[in-house]
Design a protein around this ligand. Structure first.
Ligand code: SF4
Length: 204
């Protein structure tokens, strides 16, 4: 995607898809150097002018093979970055549960649910999630029954320690929504809290 003119072509494609009645969701990643005000303006443009249905949001995952490592957010930086962004709330539409957004803003002590959004690709069922590639299983049953899920999540694997990605933490938020619907309703009505003490990290 890092090529001249990609943004303009993507915007033109989105306009064309929306004009034909397609539902469009965009995937946005925040990095350490992200300009929050520019991001807010971009979200407003996406939602109000392009009329995209929703935005999927996550902090950039620290891929170990990425050529530049200093662009990735630590967990604490991620939470502060999302608080600054959500404080500018301009009616954006996100494809997330209210509690996942609240988690991004540092208000929920969630552990990863690595089996919550399984990845299927041409090689098979990828372990344990789409971010880490620790081999593939031939079937869904094999993935579920032979993966050591306890080896993943914050405090269980070095690659997981700064992860706040939707693939692992949205399922946790959904479970919490079902378990605590009043808390979820409050988060949905009030939006992510952007001030006050943050939640502790989950037990390791
Ligand atoms: S914490 Fe992130 S990288 Fe680790 S298993 Fe969960 S989703 Fe995958």
């Amino acid at each position: 995607v890092d090529q001249e003119g990609v943004y303009d072509r993507a915007v033109a494609a989105i306009r064309s898809a929306r004009a034909r009645g397609f539902l469009v969701n965009i995937n946005c990643t925040l990095y350490d150097h992200s300009d929050i005000e520019a991001m807010a303006q971009f979200f407003t443009f996406i939602c109000q002018e392009l009329k995209v249905e929703s935005i999927t949001l996550s902090p950039g995952f620290a891929y170990q093979d990425a050529p530049t490592q200093n662009q990735f957010l630590s967990r604490q930086n991620s939470r502060m970055t999302f608080r600054r962004l959500f404080a500018l709330n301009r009616g954006w539409r996100f494809s997330h549960s209210a509690l996942f957004l609240d988690f991004l803003a540092g208000n929920q002590s969630y552990q990863c649910t690595p089996w919550g959004n399984p990845t299927r690709n041409v090689f098979g069922w990828q372990r344990p999630c789409y971010l880490l590639n620790h081999g593939h299983a031939a079937t869904f049953r094999e993935l579920m029954t032979t993966t050591d899920w306890s080896a993943y999540g914050i405090g269980h694997h070095g690659a997981c320690d700064n992860c706040m990605m939707h693939c692992g933490f949205e399922p946790t938020a959904v479970n919490d929504t079902v378990t605590h619907p009043w808390k979820a309703m409050q988060a949905a009505l009030l939006g992510p809290r952007t001030k006050g003490a943050m939640a502790p990290e989950p037990p390791r």
